[in-house]
Design a binder for this molecule. Structure first.
Ligand SMILES: [Zn+2]
Length: 608
């Protein structure tokens, strides 16, 4: 049995190792299969072709080489090693193992005698080490290496990459510890990694260093740049902030690491500050899709209620990072709203970004594409040079998102359920096998469902503990009429009893479409409505309109929104001619899968 991706020393809810919460054939199981069979090989192929992996060979050679890719190219290789490791953890040996071995061998060979490992800095012809904290991404890359090493150790049980990571982390402790450089990385990430390394090695210095980085952030140690100090969260100490701000991925990785530090050090004040930041961010700075970060210019959170749908950046990585933040808060507090946001983000950001073939990706996830767009700026290598586009792209110059999807999908099973000594809590509904151990012994559940297409979820007890145990099911915030029965009798969402093999829980979630109106302070969508169905946000796509209609001609009659044979339809009214047409509303994640199209989530309400 391996360890779960996030393993707090103490938490209210215990995560399950990936071999004990396995996805079966179903919506999420299929995405995981696509990731395993396509996203990972595709990413490795691109990173080899573009010379990002060869950077390590150059660094190991000791001779002059031309560094390819951006400052953070190293980190993409690390994220793929992490993804392969989590795949291994739930699915056992595969052809991916040799890919990981090869990458690790090349990475390890590039490590310097003092533990430092980055392919862009420190050689005679390169910029000196630690000469660019704002954009250099050195500690950021270290963080991804450490996360990959923890994953690899937990999945394979060997130390080939873990030893590299420990040497690197020890180098960081020497350089940036008490009495060392009083600096932080311009991109948070090493904090969350160092805590997980501590959880693996038990070496207190790694936790202390993470805590020091968290305390140091916000004290103005980074140079002032055009985006302001908030861009890298260096404007305010973490424990004094009440909302996330600045670059979204930076802010969310930092928040995830800060929760880890708070949990490991028992720092209640810090944890409470992060919970407040989550509340305010979700209430005022988060799109209906779970997307975070409206600014294109600096990939950053806007101010409260600055949520324009046609300028919604919503980077895929911010979605991944939001899930990381929420998951840590869920484990620490047990509060279901964190699982609600994870679900919303999985269905509307993670599942949206990924192309069906596993070889194309959205970097930004707009809520409103005004015109079908096929005009994409590609460089000579065929790589997309801009994050925002109306089409999923094979690869990006800044390709943080595809490997981030791969490691998230590889570890998806871990988000399904948790345990306490007396029971199992199911947070996400997907066909799966939950194989837990509680105080009374092994407790195994089979979950079968066609969710989110269908709201029926059947949970069957396959192995029952000897003593009474509880099963708690999340009642999603959006489900107005959830029903649960045990062996045909109505039952509450938490049941404590002596279970029998074959006991059947039947959950019915309310998937009737719901019309949503925006907060009145979000000026950009005033007068518009959106439609949700279960965890899915729906969208109107131009290919579903009469050819003579432009997308902006369409208004919606909210009272006409209805479910029909598993899909959702509504009446659209042409805003000038008054012509009415029945149109389908598709899951937002499905947009642009039928070719370039215009699309909108927030649709103007028709005037009666
Ligand atoms: Zn990204």
């Amino acid at each position: 049995m391996s360890a779960p991706p996030v393993q707090p020393s103490h938490a209210l809810l215990q995560p399950l190792p990936l071999d004990r919460a396995r996805l079966e054939e179903g919506f999420w199981g299929r995405l995981q299969t696509v990731s395993r069979s396509a996203v990972i090989p595709h990413a490795v192929e691109w990173m080899e072709r573009l010379g990002w992996v060869a950077n390590f060979d150059g660094a190991a050679s000791g001779t002059r080489y031309e560094h390819r890719g951006r400052e953070f190219a190293d980190s993409e290789i690390y994220k793929i090693i992490e993804a392969i490791s989590w795949e291994r953890a739930h699915s056992g040996p595969s052809a991916l193992d040799t890919i990981a071995d090869d990458l690790i061998r090349r990475v390890a060979a590039a490590q310097e005698p003092d533990g430092y490992l980055h392919t862009l800095f420190g050689r005679p012809w390169q910029a000196p080490r630690y000469s660019d904290f704002t954009w250099g991404h050195e500690l950021y890359c270290f963080g991804h290496l450490i996360q990959a090493a923890v994953a690899h150790h937990r999945a394979y049980g060997t130390r080939s990459l873990l030893d590299v990571a420990v040497r690197l982390a020890d180098h960081v402790c020497v350089m940036f510890g008490p009495g060392g450089l009083n600096r932080v990385c311009g991109h948070a990430e090493i904090e969350v990694a160092l805590v997980e390394l501590f959880r693996t090695t038990g070496e207190r210095r790694h936790l202390d260093q993470a805590a020091l980085f968290i305390e140091r952030r916000g004290t103005g140690t980074l140079p002032l740049i055009e985006f302001g100090r908030a861009f890298a969260q260096d404007d305010l100490p973490v424990r004094e902030a009440d909302v996330l701000r600045g670059h979204a991925v930076r802010a969310l990785y930092l928040a995830a690491g800060a929760v880890d530090v708070a949990v490991e050090t028992g720092d209640r004040e810090l944890l409470d500050a992060l919970r407040t930041q989550w509340d305010n961010t979700v209430a005022r700075r988060t799109y209906i899709t779970g997307g975070m970060g409206s600014h294109h210019m600096d990939e950053a959170f806007g101010e409260d209620h600055v949520l324009p749908p046609d300028r919604s950046y919503c980077e895929t990585c911010a979605g991944v990072a939001s899930i990381m933040f929420s998951w840590r808060l869920l484990l620490a507090t047990g509060e279901p709203r964190y699982a609600d946001l994870i679900e919303r983000t999985l269905h509307n950001i993670v599942a949206t970004s990924l192309g069906e073939d596993g070889r194309s990706f959205f970097y930004a996830n707009t809520l409103h594409q005004r015109h079908p767009s096929d005009d994409v700026p590609l460089n000579d290598d065929g790589v997309c040079i801009r994050g925002g586009s109306g089409r999923r792209q094979a690869w990006y110059e800044v390709s943080c998102c595809p490997p981030n999807l791969a490691r998230t999908l590889a570890s998806l099973g871990g988000y399904l359920a948790t345990t306490t000594s007396d029971g199992i809590q199911i947070h996400q509904y997907a066909s799966s096998t939950i194989d837990a151990v509680v105080a009374g012994g092994p407790f195994e559940l089979d979950v079968t469902t066609d969710y989110p297409r269908d709201g029926a979820v059947t949970i069957t007890v396959r192995q029952a503990p000897a003593r009474p145990a509880s099963v708690t099911l999340r009642d999603p915030e959006w489900s107005a009429a959830t029903r649960l029965s045990l062996n045909g009798e109505p039952a509450p969402m938490t049941l404590t009893r002596t279970w029998q093999v074959g006991d059947r829980l039947e959950l019915t979630l309310d998937l009737r479409p719901r019309v949503v109106r925006p907060d009145h302070r979000v000026d950009a969508v005033r007068g518009c409505v959106a439609v949700r169905r279960g965890p899915e946000v729906l969208a109107l796509e131009s290919v579903d309109l009469p050819p003579s209609w432009a997308l902006e001609d369409a208004t919606l009659l909210p009272d006409t929104v209805a479910a029909e044979h598993g899909s959702v339809v509504a009446t659209a009214r042409h805003h000038r001619t008054g012509e009415d047409r029945a149109v389908p509303l598709i899951p937002y994640r499905s947009w642009a899968r039928r070719g370039p199209s215009a699309m909108r989530v927030w649709i103007p309400e028709a005037r009666g």
